[in-house]
Ligand binder design. Structure first.
Ligand SMILES: Cc1cc2nc3c(=O)[nH]c(=O)nc-3n(C[C@H](O)[C@H](O)[C@H](O)COP(=O)(O)OP(=O)(O)OC[C@H]3O[C@@H](n4cnc5c(N)ncnc54)[C@H](O)[C@@H]3O)c2cc1C
Length: 477
């Protein structure tokens, strides 16, 4: 039973305090709008609480442990002991510091914060249900609304996250012990990052993937560098298999995977594991919002279609972040959040997705931005590419991390840079230079003639740009 129902009003209502929603709320408040932000869980959303930040904390900690234990080539002999509980405590401390910071930033900007679950009552009103029904609710009228309710992990039938052995990415980021054997369903970026964490910490990791490639949304030469390194870490892959069922056996689970395409494989496989991580993708959170009451349209998969100004089919309702579709990345949500707030304030803002970088924090990392050569050709642009292998980089050699390459893509006719793909050390950081260059309309010569510090990994970007113009100094084939 709902106790009490008071109706108040706000100019801008933001639903969800992840990187899309809290950024939208702060920017709208900076633009002197009256803003209310409703969050049902913890501030920071998936990114801070169960996504980017905890996964990167564990990737970093596990990397330290693995590198310290594998540095004999450098004359270093160490045998690190991992106390997972202490590592998790440290990771939780990082998360707590950041999430409390979000609340403070919102309050300092003048955003009204409300805790509870929002549901549309009509296209200008929501109902907010406080912690567990029966604890009271309130209604809020709004002039504008920004939906930023994010996404949650997809479950596969028969693999219930409530079961003892089955975990989602959220569960995998809070394990109490390192599994002896970890089975991972899905070789997308979340599966591959967590395979990296747990193989570095000593688990025997096996990945089952329906397609024939790890990281299927990346070009094959990029994905194969990461797969190769994962195999060197001890990760086993079964490509072309779908997880079908699992059963308890003693104190372990047995996962049965069946051929995804009978032509490629003719027999089922069985894997024993202490934990089965299901990482087969994420779905938008639109089904719990009573979104029909607002008249907001959703796609067959539940995403909210928007235009480049983040508007839904309703003029005054915007959607940002994961709920508004791929790519599901924190910085894409934040950019959209800023744009939605600026549009509401009457500014001429729009999202330009051309210079949107993406990173995968595997070993080695991947950083991409803009178009691949194939995508450029499909868009009718004749591409020219330039590559530089990290094997030829003095800095990569001094770091003992020489896998991978930088590839720059430009339009042949104008030499304007339109994309880049990097797989290798610090690719997540390096890609920022090319994103900035694309944003500024740079040409190959602009990058090739920019003086880069020596010895650095970023020199590889300059070399790749020069290579695309046939003028590389340090060629490596
Ligand atoms: C393991 C993992 C690793 C990741 N790593 C990266 C990475 O390295 N880089 C990167 O860019 N992205 C990464 N991501 C993706 C990133 O976390 C998401 O793209 C990002 O969090 C989306 O932001 P958002 O604001 O759209 O939604 P979310 O962060 O999902 O936030 C939505 C918020 O809305 C709230 N909410 C939902 N419904 C309601 C309601 N009805 N009423 C009130 N509140 C509601 C939720 O509680 C939540 O706090 C990762 C994700 C995972 C799972």
């Amino acid at each position: 039973m709902v106790v009490g129902d008071v109706t108040t009003s706000t100019d801008v209502l933001v639903i969800g305090a992840g990187p899309g929603g809290y950024v939208a709320a702060i920017r709208a408040a900076q633009l002197d709008l009256d803003v209310t932000l409703v969050e049902k869980g913890a501030y920071g959303g998936a990114c801070l609480n169960r996504g980017c930040i905890p996964s990167k904390a564990l990737l970093n900690a596990s990397k330290l442990a693995a590198e310290a234990g594998n540095a004999e080539e450098l004359g270093i002999y160490a045998d690190p002991t991992v106390a997972l509980d202490e590592m998790m405590d440290w990771k939780d401390g990082v998360v707590d510091q950041l999430t409390s910071g979000i609340e403070q930033l919102c309050t300092a900007a003048g955003v009204n914060l409300l805790q509870g679950t929002a549901e549309f009552a009509d296209e200008n009103k929501i109902r907010i249900v406080h912690q567990g029904d029966g604890q009271g609710s309130e209604s809020l009228k709004f002039e504008y609304c920004i939906i930023a309710t994010g996404s949650r992990p997809i479950e596969i039938p028969g693999f219930d996250y409530g079961d003892e052995y089955i975990v989602s990415s959220t569960g995998a980021l809070t394990l109490e012990t390192v599994p002896d054997e970890l089975a991972i369903v899905g070789a997308g970026y979340i599966g591959m990052e967590l395979a990296t964490v747990y193989s570095r910490l000593g688990s025997d990791v096996t990945v089952v993937e329906m397609l024939e490639q790890a990281l299927p949304s990346y070009e094959q030469d990029i994905a194969s560098v990461v797969r190769q390194r994962a195999e060197n870490l001890g990760v086993d892959f079964h490509f072309g298999y779908t997880a079908d069922s699992w059963a308890e056996s003693g104190d372990e689970a047995v996962l049965t995977a069946v051929p995804a395409d009978g032509a490629a494989h003719d027999s089922d496989i069985e894997l024993t594991a202490d934990r089965i991580l299901v990482a087969v993708g994420r779905r938008p959170v639109t089904d719990t919002l009573s979104i029909d009451a607002a008249g907001v349209e959703t796609s067959s998969q539940g995403f909210i279609p928007t235009d480049s100004r983040c508007r839904t089919n309703k003029e005054h309702i915007f959607a940002v972040g994961d709920v508004a579709g791929e790519p599901m990345l924190a910085h894409k949500g934040s950019k959209e959040g800023e744009v939605a707030a600026e549009v509401i304030a009457g500014e001429p803002a729009a999202v330009d997705y051309q210079a949107l970088p993406a990173a995968v924090f595997t070993e080695p990392e991947i950083g991409t931005v803009g178009l691949t050569a194939t995508e450029a050709a499909n868009e009718g642009i004749t591409p020219v590419t330039g590559t530089f292998q990290f094997q030829a980089s003095g800095r990569a050699l001094t770091a003992n991390r020489t896998d991978g390459f930088v590839r720059i893509v430009a339009a042949k006719e104008t030499e304007r840079v339109i994309g880049a793909q990097i797989v290798g050390p610090e690719a997540s950081e390096l890609i920022a230079e090319i994103a900035a260059m694309i944003e500024m309309g740079a040409k190959l010569q602009d990058i090739g003639s920019t003086v880069h510090t020596h010895p650095t990994l970023s020199e590889s970007i300059m070399e790749a740009a020069q290579n695309a113009r046939g003028k590389a100094i340090h060629r490596h084939t």
